[in-house]
Ligand binder design. Structure first.
Ligand code: S3P
Length: 212
């Protein structure tokens, strides 16, 4: 594999490139507590995309999925990008897409791929311009979820369980730097969305309350 991953320049503003998910259901929040992007981090299978989409709706802000944006910009799926260009090129593209989404983004929820927060510059950008939230799942939950699909190039190894454990060991100390940490388990998704939503509100309440 070789070459440079060419990604189409973003044809629209980031806000327009994201899905508009504003929820007009009575009783839902009308004014979002978010003032900047909320970036979901965590391992593959933690539920960043499915929870992020519902959370954005609940918060009344747009949702974007960095992996989907990368695929759209490259005109290829993530397994195809890994296969044709290798992981390093994928990471370069991932960094560019996340920077574009965060720098152009107002209040929104952004789901990132599991490796994104491991890049020092991306982590620094998120710290400076966004709020981070780690969806922390246990091994069984993650493995059950990732086993259902075969779209994760990093898990195409002789022993995917060992690979996943390895990634947990390497990444969990870094994910722990996130501003908000929410533990997730195998419970109905709406229960997890509720837990995350309240953790976000609590975080911003604490930020708004001057310490004595
Ligand atoms: C990766 C996670 C994937 C995707 C790519 C690499 C990783 O995203 O970005 O396969 O390094 O953990 P999800 O976390 O959404 O599965």
């Amino acid at each position: 594999m070789s070459g440079t991953l060419i990604m189409a320049a973003c044809p629209t503003t980031p806000a327009a490139a994201t899905e508009s998910t504003r929820d007009t259901t009575p009783g839902r929040v009308t004014e979002s507590p978010l003032r900047r992007p909320l970036v979901l981090v965590g391992l593959m299978g933690a539920g960043k995309s499915s929870i992020g989409r519902r959370l954005a709706q609940r918060l009344g802000v747009a949702f974007a999925d960095a992996d989907t944006e990368i695929e759209e910009a490259a005109g290829r799926t993530i397994p195809e990008i890994f296969e044709a260009f290798g992981e390093e090129e994928f990471r370069n593209g991932e960094r560019r897409v996340i920077r574009r989404l965060i720098e152009g983004g107002g209040p929104s929820v952004l789901a990132t791929g599991g490796g994104a927060f491991m890049a020092d510059d991306t982590r620094a950008l998120i710290r400076e311009r966004a709020t981070s939230l780690w969806l922390k799942a246990d091994f069984e939950t993650l493995f059950e979820r990732v086993s259902k699909r075969s779209n994760r190039p990093l898990l195409k190894t002789a022993d995917p369980k060992a690979t996943l454990r390895d990634l947990m060991a390497k990444r969990y100390p870094v994910y722990a730097e996130a501003d908000i940490v929410v533990e997730t388990r195998r419970v109905p998704i709406e229960e997890t969305v509720d837990k995350v939503y309240h953790a976000v509100l609590d975080h911003f309440d604490r930020e708004a309350t001057p310490s004595p």
